[in-house]
Design a protein around this ligand. Structure first.
Ligand code: IPE
Ligand code: IPE
Ligand code: MG
Length: 239
């Protein structure tokens, strides 16, 4: 079913793509096969979001805590990044998509860092969807890095503590210049944030679906947008 015309399309959708491992397990496959299939779903979702007119799509690709997984799984995820960064360049160019990465990229191998920089550089003038990938991303780590940079600027006399308001602090985050997410979708039924966008999700509407990430499709996204349209966003006020 196509999306009804009177529905408001959220400007910024954030996604916690969870359930790749469970998707594979259900099929008797290794977890890495779930990640591979999950990458195909990411690609399709970028195209769908661009077509729908969503302005920002931010997906959680790899958390600061995901390094705890086995060397085999982490290694397989790194290989998938390498492969999909090249594909993404094509998808982004074909769909007028600007790609941005948030998180601490310094921990990755040199070729991955170069790939990320290239993706951002070569898509920076695209004017359609901004596709943001959170890699080696943790909300607490992002806030810590922002606080350290701000403290360094204060120590150098570039600003004073009394100038630090919410807008100034937010400008030190990886998401500077981006609007906060309107809608957060988490797949595979888990009811937690897992250290995702802790500052930015303050007033975001949350939709959780039991669908495992590799099975996520346009219909699931449309269902989430319909739910979003039923919400009454008050931002602490009274209506
Ligand atoms: C999400 O799927 C992908 C990453 C965290 C990289 P999971 O790998 O967490 O899948 P489950 O939660 O074990 O099913
Ligand atoms: C969140 O999923 C991180 C990503 C989707 C990249 P996890 O599977 O790592 O989260 P937990 O462990 O269930 O909280
Ligand atoms: Mg998981």
């Amino acid at each position: 079913m196509a999306l009804e015309e009177n529905l408001v399309i959220p400007q910024h959708v954030a996604l916690i793509l969870d359930g790749n491992g469970r998707w594979a397990k259900k099929r008797g496959l290794p977890r890495t096969m779930g990640h591979k299939e999950g990458c195909v779903t990411v690609e399709k979702t970028v195209e769908t979001a661009a077509r729908m007119g969503i302005k920002y799509l931010t997906v959680y690709g790899f958390s600061t805590e995901n390094w705890k997984r086995s060397a085999e799984e982490v290694g397989a995820l790194m290989q998938l990044f390498r492969y999909y960064m090249v594909r993404l360049l094509k998808v982004a160019s074909a769909n007028n998509v600007r790609v941005k990465m948030i998180g601490d990229r310094t921990r990755f191998d040199k070729d991955i860092i170069e790939g990320i920089n290239r993706l951002e550089r070569e898509t920076k003038d695209n004017t359609g969807l901004t596709f943001v990938i959170a890699v080696n991303y943790g909300g607490r780590d992002e806030i810590r890095r922002a606080a350290a940079k701000l403290a360094a600027d204060c120590a150098q006399g570039k600003c004073t503590p009394d100038q630090v308001d919410e807008a100034l602090f937010a400008s030190y985050l990886d998401t500077a210049d981006m609007p906060d997410p309107d809608l957060l979708i988490r797949t595979s039924g888990e009811l937690r944030l897992s250290n995702y966008l802790l500052w930015q999700l303050a007033y975001t509407e949350i939709v959780v679906t039991d669908c495992l990430w590799p099975d996520f499709d346009q219909e699931e996204l449309e269902r989430a947008i319909r739910q979003y349209n039923k919400r009454d966003r008050r931002f602490g006020g009274v209506k």
